[in-house]
Design a protein around this ligand. Structure first.
Ligand code: GLU
Length: 257
């Protein structure tokens, strides 16, 4: 299987912005093992701004664009240094790819991106994609890494996009507020009911940011790619996913007639 995995800042870092050493270590070890078992991996990783904030000891995420972009520049190095170090322990090579929305719209740039990613996979490397935050202002940014994950998974014809979240999947209601909330194991249609469960557009459910995850699911489902939302606090679920099992919530890609 070709598996795209979207990793969020909350999986990689503590609220201080400093690296969550245990979780990131477990995650990279599991991913390395999944790759050793023969699967192709593409990672879409956030964490640049968060790690920049941690490294520069800013204390809180900045609001202004120049500081955010400066923190992304600092943090992207830290992020790739961390992945390089951890994957090297298992003899895997990582490769950094930074994109903006323009790279999906412009034919030449799009082809270059696809050719590079295919070559990296052919050579056995693990491409790690993030938004090029230092140049991505609102007009040219994809904007969030759930959507970026969906664009990368669909354009590289991945079999599956796994979105690691800080919640077990999509629930019928906010599980932090409603004890009767149930996990929805499978979604075949993004019905009004499902959209309502995620809190509608623009708002988020719990801390999971469900609205952007449902936009990502829409892109994947329309392109015939399955997407899973699973809890990133337990990287071992990746073994089950690689074995074809459903964990968390599976959004089933529309099969072409
Ligand atoms: N590209 C941002 C970062 O690396 C994250 C955006 C997102 O998580 O949606 O900090």
């Amino acid at each position: 299987m070709r598996i795209a995995v979207k990793i969020g800042t909350s999986t990689l870092t503590h609220p201080t912005g400093r690296l969550n050493i245990r979780l990131t270590g477990e995650l990279c070890k599991t991913l390395a093992d999944v790759k050793n078992a023969g699967h192709e991996l593409i990672l879409v990783s956030s964490g640049a701004i968060g790690m920049g904030v941690g490294k520069m000891s800013l204390g809180a995420r900045p609001d202004d664009m120049p500081t955010k972009q400066a923190m992304a520049a600092v943090g992207q190095c830290e992020l790739m240094y961390t992945y390089d170090k951890l994957f090297s322990e298992y003899s895997h090579t990582v490769a950094q790819i930074l994109l903006t929305a323009e790279d999906f719209r412009n034919g030449v740039r799009y082809r270059n991106f696809i050719n590079t990613i295919e070559k990296l996979i052919e050579l056995g490397a693990i491409p790690i994609v993030n938004e090029n935050d230092t140049v991505a202002t609102e007009e040219v940014a994809v904007g969030d890494n759930d959507t970026l994950g969906a664009l990368v998974a669909t354009s590289t014809k991945a079999d599956l996009l796994v979105v690691l979240s800080d919640i077990d999947g999509l629930y019928t209601a906010d599980p932090h507020k409603d004890p009767a909330a149930r996990l929805i194991p499978e979604v075949r249609e993004l019905s009004d009911e499902i959209l309502a469960a995620a809190g509608g557009s623009g708002s988020s459910l719990g801390t999971g940011g469900m609205a952007t995850k449902l936009s990502a699911a829409k892109i994947c489902m329309e392109a015939g790619v399955d997407m899973l939302i699973v809890n990133g606090q337990n990287p071992a679920v990746l073994y089950e996913i690689a074995a074809g099992k459903t964990v968390g919530t599976r959004f089933v890609g529309r099969k072409k007639a």
